[in-house]
Design a protein. Structure first.
Length: 218
């Protein structure tokens, strides 16, 4: 994964390596390092809250949906879900894994999402996509994601976290709280922020941040 990412980024293509990676496993999805083939546990935990259940029926967008497990969890919770990935092979995998799905799966690029999606989603869910983008494309992706949140809508972000003084390390690159403040600079209000270590061995520091757009659209 890291080799494909380095080579693609060196060519000036920050996202092209995703398709190459999905193609390389020939349908053996467990060979994708981030493909747990089950919903993100932090999303499942968030969906269990009463406040989220009250939002069921809202439109939701899953960013970099991979093989579709998070999208299916949102659909099962009552959301009307669109899910996209830049990899056409991943989207084909979603449709094959969930042939009866109510999710609208699409091939799209987080750096240039369809204009028709602007302001169109009551929930935008971004999990672990920003952390595999270099700084400049990451800033573009954050700007684009903010535009997709409808008035009164929310953006839920999960990512690896670090302090600004910590080493950047290799991909996946942890984000800093200062970077995530970019969403507030793009018209969203932070309403929750969790900084925690997971139960992996060794533990990984993660951020879970929830943002909202004012109902007026301001």
């Amino acid at each position: 994964m890291r080799r494909l990412a380095r080579e693609s980024i060196a060519r000036g293509d920050a996202v092209g390596w995703f398709e190459a990676l999905y193609q390389s496993v020939n349908g053996r999805w467990d060979q994708i390092s981030w493909a747990d083939l089950m919903p993100n546990p932090y999303l499942v935990e968030w969906l269990a809250s009463d406040r989220v259940r009250q939002r069921a029926g809202a439109t939701a967008l899953v960013v970099g949906c991979g093989l579709g497990d998070d999208a299916e969890a949102l659909a099962a919770a009552g959301f009307s879900v669109t899910a996209f990935d830049v990899s056409a092979t991943a989207i084909t995998g979603c449709r094959a894994r969930f042939p009866e799905s109510r999710v609208d799966y699409a091939v799209a690029d987080v750096l240039a999402p369809p204009p028709a999606w602007v302001g169109g989603f009551g929930l935008v869910f971004e999990s672990y996509t920003l952390q595999v983008l270099p700084p400049a494309p990451r800033a573009v992706a954050m700007r684009e994601l903010a535009t997709l949140v409808s008035p009164g809508g929310q953006l839920l972000v999960l990512c690896r976290g670090r302090d600004a003084r910590d080493p950047v390390g290799e991909v996946p690159w942890p984000l800093t709280r200062e970077e995530l403040q970019g969403f507030q600079e793009r018209g969203l209000r932070q309403i929750a922020f969790d900084d925690f270590h997971d139960d992996e061995a060794p533990p990984v520091r993660r951020f879970k941040a929830l943002y909202a757009r004012d109902p007026s659209g301001a």
